[in-house]
Design a protein. Structure first.
Length: 305
């Protein structure tokens, strides 16, 4: 069963003095299986945050179907399943982190010893159980606020955790802590849906990915199926007489001495035959497989052309 099911979702904003229509989402469709980690990626303004706000009930939409665990995302009861941390969380800054967690704990029906245990668990999971947890939030850095935002989102132990840019503003150690927290929660059965610009992190922890560009989902599925759809690039290093130009179409000179780049396996084979026929010694062949960043960059360029 799917935890999230979005089908043909459309959203239009009205902006400016004349309230002109601006399409934010066009026929967006994606599925998030229960128990998975799903990365939602795309450039700024592509529609990631709009989609997330629709999932959490913060925005309405024009048409389409949006369901969480088989029920409409517009329903009040379904929100008991969801924990959410926005990209720029804002809290009462005169509170300490622990006081804030008590406030949110009461909102989700926790109290007494159970609430204190849950607060300690949430803060420890995101490595926020430090001495600064008893300082006023107004003294926090952006990274500290991000950690507290995630801690409050998991306080109710939700079935679905939705995070908008959870690693924004974090240093490398903070990113590692958040990645580990996501993996730990997922091992306990929590479905995680998150957006991120840090594609290396997305590749390292996600089961599936949705790629949105200009309000449209252009790729969706497992990471290897997305990257494998793009040909690998072959770096062939040769010794012998210096070639002045590429002898075969699809081959170009690399930055290193004797390095030639072949854009596909077929081109690589043709170039190797050329090398053998012309007594050029082949030192080594490196394979550079496309990353999510390569695929996303290509999709952005295609949308802009």
């Amino acid at each position: 069963m799917q935890m999230i099911e979005i089908e043909a979702l459309n959203k239009t904003y009205r902006t400016g003095f004349l309230m002109q229509a601006k399409k934010a989402l066009t026929d967006v469709s994606l599925s998030v299986p229960k128990g998975s980690i799903y990365g939602f990626i795309g450039p700024n303004g592509a529609g990631k945050s709009t989609t997330i706000k629709i999932l959490t009930g913060l925005l309405t939409y024009d048409s389409g179907r949006v369901e969480i665990s088989g029920a409409s995302a517009r329903g009040i009861e379904i929100r008991r399943l969801v924990g959410y941390s926005p990209e720029h969380p804002y809290f009462y800054d005169y509170l300490t982190a622990r006081e804030l967690m008590v406030f949110y704990g009461h909102l989700v029906g926790l109290s007494g010893l159970e609430l204190q245990k849950r607060i300690d668990w949430a803060l420890e999971l995101v490595h926020a159980n430090k001495d600064w947890a008893d300082r006023r939030l107004r003294t926090y850095s952006k990274g500290m606020v991000q950690r507290i935002g995630i801690a409050q989102a998991i306080l109710s132990k939700p079935k679905l955790l939705i995070l908008d840019e959870p690693m924004s503003g974090l240093d490398p150690m903070g990113r590692r802590d958040v990645r580990n927290a996501i993996l730990s929660l997922n091992q306990e059965g929590v479905t995680v849906f998150y957006s991120s610009h840090l594609l290396s992190d997305v590749e390292s922890i996600s089961d599936r990915v949705g790629m949105i560009v200009d309000g449209r989902v252009v790729r969706e599925g497992k990471i290897h199926s997305i990257t494998d759809s793009h040909s690998a690039e072959y770096h062939v290093f040769i010794q012998g007489p210096e070639l002045q130009e590429a002898p075969i179409r699809g081959v170009k000179k690399g930055v290193q001495s004797g390095e030639w780049l072949c854009k596909s396996s077929q081109v690589k084979d043709e170039f190797l035959r050329f090398c053998v026929d012309n007594n050029l010694s082949i030192q080594k062949i490196d394979i550079q497989r496309p990353s999510l960043e390569d695929v996303l960059t290509e999709e952005i360029a295609r949308a802009e052309s």
